[in-house]
Design a protein around this ligand. Sequence first.
Ligand SMILES: Cc1ncc(COP(=O)(O)O)c(C=O)c1O
Length: 386
Amino acid sequence: MPQANRRMKDIEVPGTRQFANRVDEFPDAVDLTLGQPDFETPQPIKNAAIEAINTKSMKYSHNTGLFELRETISQYYREKYEAEYDPNGEVLVTVGGSEGIDAILRAILDPGDEVLIPAPTYLGYEPIVELSGGVTKFVDMTETDFIATPELIESNITDRTKAIILNYPTNPTGVTYTKPQMDALVEVFRQHDIFIITDEIYAENTLEGEHISLSSYTDIKEKVLVVNGLSKSHAMTGWRIGYVVGDKTIMEDITAVHLYNTICAAIPSQYAAIEALKNQRHVPEEMNASYIERRDYIYRRLIDMGLEVSRPTGAFYIFPSIRKYEDDSFKFATDLLESVQLAVVPGRSFSGYGEGHIRLSFACSMEELTEAADRLEKYINMLEEK
Ligand SMILES: Cc1ncc(COP(=O)(O)O)c(C=O)c1O
């Protein structure tokens, strides 16, 4: 029998998926596992795609994306972060942020190259690092309030380190970084010849203060590769539009991987993205108003239940500790689902450093969130009585 490559043995089905599949067995379950906005894509964005289908050419675009979209992204970065990216050669439109991450890692990694990933972390990075021949080195953030500190990063960089992947606002913890915190990290980055891949897909879902993009540190532009997209900001997960911005010197190689992989992102989706970034910039703020209300509610409920939890300042996740009751987050989540029909993601899905926690998504209605909190409380009361 022909076999898949040896690396596939280590690639697991993500914990989020495993749980989503189990949730289907419980029709009355309240599902807080989802990693996408509960809002629908705004109508003007849909209309822009429909209009484009009817009036524009639907042939391949330039490999890097429609010029108008690249120009719009470039302008967005100039206006928002005072960062200059040439639409010709420094902006690449991808099939979601996911494809951007894949193209970057495949373009930069040689076999054995180490990639630092502060953890707990989004589960989309490690498999791609490994499939690209790289070696994942998780950096433990459990003792630093889930923040990647300069000391932590510095002490993990070796001669073999090729890149670090940052993600903030962070999935699964909801952590964001202040300007002084980011300044201090950048000081470390200035000292080392490594790529800084920064997944800022939740940038527009910053719930407090301002998002400090690594693109705004223009003196390290040659090292920084920013991944972003429309999935979370404009509730466009199904459109599959993301992008990478970075320095010309490396973007050519990343574009080559993208070219052989996808040729270009889907054209109707590219037109939708132009509308989103040109005329619908107010959308994330409107969604954030709901996320803030829900965050405040669920945070208060978890505190009242006596759970240890930090207050998220970005994204739409909250990551309480369940160690008081159980170390094994898979066991806890399975039991929670079976006994009170509440679905959450076990923290271990976000690397071993997420163990002892569960991730609750508050990208759901207030009614669902209230019901979920009631069920969790009921379950915890059951554990207390045991
Ligand atoms: C941190 C992070 N990065 C990237 C992605 C993938 O996003 P996209 O839909 O743009 O591929 C996700 C999706 O959940 C995510 O949480």
